[in-house]
Design a protein around this ligand. Structure first.
Ligand code: DHE
Length: 540
């Protein structure tokens, strides 16, 4: 057999790579396993380049500078730290995996792979062409009251009927599906997974059906569609963590149309960032624009999609310097002002979608984590928006009405004390008198299983808090609150591990009494839930 020079070179490179890994004490197989675990469990907070964002910088030189050893890292991974889950105690990582990871983080950071426009195109599939899809709803169920429930570690999305609580359909989606967003008319769910796979679910067909998919990035957290009048559902945009970019796709087929890098500079220092990730995205109601939050760079980008149909026309991107590290956020009650957490500086950034301007930066507590936040009209402060915190036992309520209530606008009008740090999501509905909070990443199992509710118009009053029966028994953490279409009930997921069937609990939104439990062998690792009507209409 005669080998070409290219094969020799390739083998030499592979052998050197293997020797390099061995020299650091890990075999190539161990390196591969560690890279997989790092991607699945660590990269989201610490970054693929390990420079840190929501989590600490994990570059080996930094760990050594801080005096950390593999034994100390092992203890942190096992027991958790701050907002970081106790991966060992929760049974998510085995002791030998923790041991591996405590060595891996002292290895040089491996080069993350590339993902090109050609790769995206190759991955793109349309399962049901647009002209073969129904022209009106084929189901007799109230599809606008469907809930799309993420079954995180199953790689599935369950569609559950909000009226009957019946499971309508389970659809296979990507690894650790992260969020769902609804098209403006609610007909489609746009799905994005941590593996960067975008999917489109049609809720009008007899049974909810996966109609298109594309692997848009290697790692992603956000997706939204065009919602502005005249462009409804025409396009969608995926915000990628790695490679750092955003990709515009066709709204009905997910055909990739345009890829724009977000690699760039930190707004205030000029430091160059290869890992400059796209965090939350919302679709403006005032212009044909998406608001994209560029995490590490501390910029909010307004992406104009109105030229997309004109071949060769560039798209306009307006870059606004805001704050680091931008994460999640949502609309104020008027859907004009967008509020987003900048968790490195303990602030909430406010953007005016009407003028396209930065409005304010509001100091709040440690690691604000609003989800999309909660909005309501308070008798004294007027329209307000609230966020909880990962590292503080506080909920910050911010005035959002500069015209009607200028004295309260862009100020924390009330800092509510909660039972524990570790809140991930808060939610309300115009029909409910309550503001509800979870404590998913709190340091104690009691708090993880507890929910609290405050009276929206009387924030001074002590909250009603209760431990959810049965949650602790299956080591579940209660997570993510979502109301049904008419606001009469709210659902919360019991997030246990993959081997344990768990439940979604349904509460009456006036009395806070448990009304029902959604159970079954299929209910495994439920996390986010998205009601079609509320998600399409940005009600939270
Ligand atoms: Fe999320 C929203 C990123 C961990 C469940 N999450 C978001 C958004 C971002 C984000 C940028 C906003 C999307 C938008 O609005 O466009 N999440 C990240 C992370 O980087 C992080 C911290 C670590 C990671 O590795 O992913 C992370 N998130 C989690 C979880 O561990 C949660 C609880 C369960 C899971 O899926 O792994 C989780 N994130 C959610 C949910 C939303 C979300 C349910 C949407 C909330 C909503 O009501 O809109």
């Amino acid at each position: 057999m005669r080998w070409s020079k290219a094969v020799f070179v390739a083998l030499a490179v592979l052998a050197l790579g293997a020797l390099g890994a061995l020299a650091q004490g890990l075999t190539p197989q161990q390196m591969d396993q560690a890279k997989k675990i790092y991607f699945e469990r660590c990269a989201g907070c610490h970054g693929v380049l390990r420079k840190g964002a929501t989590g600490k910088n994990l570059e080996p030189q930094n760990l050594k500078k801080e005096g950390l050893t593999p034994a100390a890292v092992k203890a942190i991974i096992t027991n958790g730290f701050g907002g970081m889950p106790a991966w060992g105690k929760l049974g998510i990582l085995k002791p030998e995996e923790i041991d591996l990871m405590s060595k891996f983080v002292f290895e040089p950071v491996p080069e993350p792979p590339a993902w090109t426009f050609a790769d995206i195109k190759k991955s793109w599939k349309v399962y049901v062409p647009v002209d073969k899809r129904p022209t009106k709803p084929e189901t007799t169920r109230d599809w606008q009251n469907y809930f799309g429930v993420i079954l995180r570690d199953m790689g599935q999305v369950a569609i559950v009927d909000g009226d009957t609580k019946e499971l309508v359909k389970i659809l296979p989606t990507g690894y650790a599906t992260h969020i769902l967003r609804s098209s403006k008319d609610g007909r489609y769910f746009y799905v994005i997974g941590r593996d960067g796979r975008a999917e489109l679910i049609d809720l009008w067909s007899k049974e909810p059906t996966l109609v298109a998919s594309a692997k848009v990035c290697l790692d992603a957290r956000s997706i939204d569609s065009s919602k502005y009048e005249g462009y409804e559902g025409k396009y969608a945009v995926v915000g990628c963590y790695w490679p750092s970019n955003f990709v515009i796709v066709d709204g009905e087929t997910l055909e990739p149309l345009k890829m724009v890098s977000t690699q760039g500079y930190v707004k205030s220092t000029g430091e160059f960032l290869r890992e400059n990730r796209v965090a939350s995205i919302v679709s403006s109601h005032f212009s044909p624009e998406w608001i994209l939050n560029i995490k590490e760079g501390g910029q909010t980008w307004l992406v104009d999609y109105s030229h997309m149909n004109l071949k060769g026309k560039p798209i306009n991107v307006k870059m606004i310097d805001t704050e680091r590290f931008l994460h999640d956020g949502g609309w104020a009650l008027d859907k004009r002002y967008f509020l987003v957490a900048a968790n490195a500086v303990k602030k909430i950034v406010v953007i005016d979608a009407k003028t396209g301007e930065f409005v304010a930066s509001v100091p709040v507590g440690n690691k604000p984590h609003p989800g999309r936040g909660a909005t309501w009209d308070h008798p004294k402060y007027g329209p307000v928006w609230a966020t909880g915190h990962i590292k503080d036992n506080k909920i910050a309520v911010i005035g959002t009405d500069p015209e009607g209530h200028p004295q309260y606008a862009w100020k924390v009008v009330k800092m509510i004390e909660t039972i524990s740090p570790g809140n991930l999501f808060i939610k309300t509905h115009p029909k409910s008198p309550w503001l509800i909070a979870d404590f998913t990443v709190a340091p104690t199992p009691e708090a993880n299983a507890t929910l609290c509710a405050w009276q929206k118009d009387n924030l001074e009053k002590k909250p009603v808090c209760w431990e959810v029966p049965g949650a602790r028994k299956i080591h579940a953490r209660m997570v993510h609150i979502e109301f049904n279409k008419d606001g009469s009930e709210f659902w919360v997921s019991a997030w246990a591990n993959k081997d344990t069937p768990s439940f979604i609990v349904v509460y009456d939104s006036y009395t806070l009494q448990e009304k029902a439990r959604i159970t079954g062998d299929w209910v495994r690792t439920p996390t986010g839930k998205f009601n079609v009507y509320n998600t399409a209409n940005d009600i939270y």
